[in-house]
Design a protein around this ligand. Structure first.
Ligand code: SAM
Length: 246
């Protein structure tokens, strides 16, 4: 899978060569292109922003460098992702949708964001591009770079072969299927007792059925305690017959 990122701060993306993503690149599963938007600016100062029409504080990113950059980087079938606090919420489900694309192009906004005509232009059916304006949460960052790193990491884990054990994806919090609208319960490793705290006995019983049931119950309990909004979405159809006894 191919990721292209257009930004005025390419240095934000050095972590892409670390850890899981770095290994996936070495194995040819993922490839990344990080592009400096200023390469497409046309004046001596390589200006990418200007004052907002209608007045007000801050600056807005100019459409011309963005248009040139996106025309050069987008390939047929690509999906354009624009991080913005006003976008659709980025969730595990959206990560799954994005993971099905051959190429994702991320447009990192700064200042007060990108001139809205850029998104309008590429959203028109004649452009042949699918545009997603996505928010990673209800808060405001200084720029799209950190949001893009978040999205790339979540999407990459879902690309076949990137994780050693594909099962860990389906057992994760929010995973489509049995974990949709649930967060994972607590996890433990050795030693069996640490600072007087014991690992729940069922986990050392070797009884796979009971362990699976315990994990499901704990996921339900934790979701009810910490994310009642998710539990409400789960509905009765999201519960199995044993869940109903809780
Ligand atoms: N004035 C904008 C607003 O109120 O919606 C905020 C602009 S913000 C300072 C600059 C850039 O940071 C945005 O264009 C976007 O790319 C990025 N950004 C900030 N918060 C974000 C969030 N929660 N999710 C995704 N991107 C975000």
């Amino acid at each position: 899978m191919r990721f292209d990122i257009i930004t005025i701060f390419p240095e934000y993306f050095t972590p892409l060569s670390a850890s899981l993503l770095g290994k996936a690149q070495d194995r040819g599963l993922l490839s990344f292109g990080v592009h400096d938007l200023r390469e497409w600016a046309y004046d001596r100062h390589r200006t990418v922003d200007d004052t907002p029409y209608g007045g007000g504080p801050g600056m807005v990113m100019k459409p011309e460098p963005w248009g040139q950059a996106l025309d050069d980087v987008l390939t047929p079938g690509a999906r354009l992702v624009v991080p913005t606090p006003s976008g659709r919420r980025f969730t595990q489900k959206v990560a799954g949708e994005l993971a099905a694309s051959p190429q994702l192009v991320f447009a990192c906004g700064r200042y007060e964001g990108i001139d809205s005509r850029v998104m309008a232009h590429y959203s028109s059916p004649s452009s042949g591009v699918e545009v997603d304006e996505l928010s990673i949460g209800d808060y405001v960052l200084a720029g799209g770079e950190v949001a893009v790193l978040v999205m790339i990491e979540a999407v990459s884990r879902l690309v076949p072969g990137v994780l050693g054990n594909a099962e860990s994806v389906s057992d994760d919090s929010f995973a489509p299927g049995r974990m949709e609208n649930l967060v994972e319960g607590p996890v433990y490793t050795k030693p069996p007792v640490w600072r007087g705290l014991e690992v729940p006995q069922v986990l050392t019983s070797g009884h796979h059925g009971r362990i699976a049931r315990w994990r499901r119950d704990e996921a339900l309990r934790r979701t009810a305690a910490l994310r009642p909004d998710l539990l409400a979405r789960l509905g009765r159809e999201g519960l199995d017959k044993h869940d109903r006894r809780l």
